[in-house]
Write a protein that binds this ligand. Structure first.
Ligand code: NAP
Length: 460
């Protein structure tokens, strides 16, 4: 796939980029390896100065970064600004806390003394998706640069300008050449990078399909990976939920980023006694969203990232209906230029329908009624995915009980996936493994080594 920047609001090609030749790629990897040999010896304070400066530059140029994301992948401008600020927060967070997170820890053996100490792996290969074109990069760059690793990064084919802007940001902040390198490369070149002995770890955020392929390749090379993959998060509404508060979360949970979020609310599981009321209010709220230019502050419903994404989603909805689902609203492309999908609600999705298991990456609600709390948990768990989920109830103890019963990496009570730099993010099952953000995120690619001192005689 070519690296091409296309405005999904108009379909107009903005810019195209040549892929790297193998020779250019080799130079990039060699520069990263050379950089690591000095970067690993820098102090936390020296690294923090650069990473924190990058945060400051992002905050100073919020509009510039945000507009690029809106142009390239259609994110509504206020959401794009929020993403840029959050990315800056992540960089600043690791600049401040990395030293504490990676400080040696003392152990208490019966004989002598011992401690664990951390050192970086080396050059990491990161593969990232378009849906959060800066946040996904900050999630790896912040912790890994602070840990003393260096990164070579393959961003998604449709956001080359954001990818280049982020690399420039780090160079402008003073990062040495090779500390963070953007690579415009093919999948085939990616596979060869994974095989390269200079690469010591691989991080992917993307689809399950990409996860299987990249993790398998890294596995053949016995390289550590972290996998942040898809999701089909349950949004559970218990019978005592406050619908005035719950319905706006349902709209936000499904429609944020035009529904293209790994941990978006995708399966709405509602207790029977409250289901009709919830569905009526949800449908009204969704129908009030206004499709328009994502650059316009008044727009509440933006385009999908690409025409290809729209075509795939329309096909998934058609398949769902062909397999017996009922279309309550939407289901078609919006009659205007650009790649816009109507807000859509599907009900009567039975387990033999592909829609029961698939991820809908866009403004499509899968709606389910269940008789009680236990049935809600069972249905939430009847998924190949295990990323996040949420539960809405006035009774927090009940919310915590449901949260404990759902098999995912993250659960949210009376809010949905309100992510913060200090909270670990990640899933289980087909949603992947490993964590980004928080203290856990910086531990993924460090060697935590045991050092023991003891005056012991060798056994005879
Ligand atoms: P995708 O097709 O898997 O693409 C993601 C990245 O992987 C892109 O850079 C893509 O490059 C690259 N890629 C895909 N297959 C590859 C291969 N065989 N070799 C090397 N690189 C490969 O995912 P997407 O559909 O664009 O993104 C959405 C998916 O990401 C959804 O499933 C979403 O849930 C998931 N996601 C997960 C998280 C999380 O934290 N768990 C966060 C955000 C998104 P090209 O663009 O060049 O193909």
């Amino acid at each position: 796939m070519a690296y091409q920047s296309v405005n999904p609001n108009t379909g107009k090609v903005l810019k195209s980029f040549e892929k790297l030749t193998d020779e250019q790629l080799e130079k990039s990897i060699a520069a990263a390896e050379t950089c690591f040999q000095t970067w690993k010896h820098t102090t936390y304070a020296q690294r923090a100065e650069i990473v924190d400066k990058a945060a400051t530059l992002m905050r100073k140029n919020v509009d510039e970064f945000a507009k690029l994301a809106t142009l390239e992948m259609g994110k509504r401008i206020d959401e794009a600004r929020g993403e840029v600020r959050f990315s800056a927060d992540i960089l600043a967070y690791y600049a401040e806390h990395a030293k504490t997170f990676l400080a040696p820890t003392k152990l208490n053996p019966k004989v002598g003394e011992a401690h664990m100490e951390n050192s970086p792996f080396g050059v990491l290969f990161c593969v990232e998706p378009w849906n959060f074109p800066y946040y996904q990069l900050a999630r790896v760059a912040g912790p890994q640069l602070m840990a003393g690793n260096v990164l070579v990064v393959k961003h998604a084919g449709c956001v080359p300008q954001c990818a280049i802007a982020f690399e420039k940001l780090l160079l402008d902040a003073g990062a040495p050449k090779g500390a963070y390198t953007n690579l415009l490369i093919s999948h085939e070149q990616s596979e060869r990078i994974i095989d390269d002995p200079r690469i010591k770890g691989v991080a992917l955020t993307g689809s399950v399909e990409a996860g299987r392929s990249i993790a398998a390749r890294a596995g053949q090379n016995l390289k550590k990976t972290s996998m942040e993959l898809g999701g089909s998060d349950a949004f559970i509404v218990l019978d005592d939920a406050d619908l005035e508060k719950t319905v706006p979360w349902a709209v936000w949970g499904r429609m944020y980023n035009a529904g293209q979020t790994c941990c978006a609310a995708k399966r709405f599981i509602v207790l029977d006694s409250i289901a009709d009321k919830f569905l009526a209010k949800f449908k009204t709220a969704l129908s009030e969203l206004k499709a328009g230019d994502p650059m316009d502050e008044k727009t509440t419903h933006g385009p999908l990232s690409t025409e290809g994404a729209l075509v795939q989603l329309l096909k998934q909805v058609d398949d769902a209906v062909a397999h017996g689902a009922t279309l309550v609203m939407g289901g078609k492309r919006i009659d205007r230029p650009g790649s816009f999908m109507e807000t859509t609600i599907l009900t009567d999705i039975k387990p033999d329908n592909p829609a029961f298991r698939d991820e809908f990456f866009g403004p499509v609600v899968s709606f389910f009624r269940v008789k009680d709390e236990a049935a809600a948990i069972a249905l939430a768990n009847d998924s190949d995915f295990g990323l996040g989920g949420s539960v809405f109830t006035k009774d927090e103890a009940r919310g915590k009980r449901v949260a404990s019963g759902v098999e995912t990496g993250m659960m949210f009570i009376n809010n949905i996936d309100w992510s913060d730099a200090e909270l670990p993010f990640g899933g289980i099952k087909d949603s992947g493994y490993g964590r980004e953000l928080g203290n856990m995120g910086i531990q993924e690619f460090v060697n935590t080594k045991l050092v023991r001192t003891a005056r012991l005689d060798a056994p005879a």
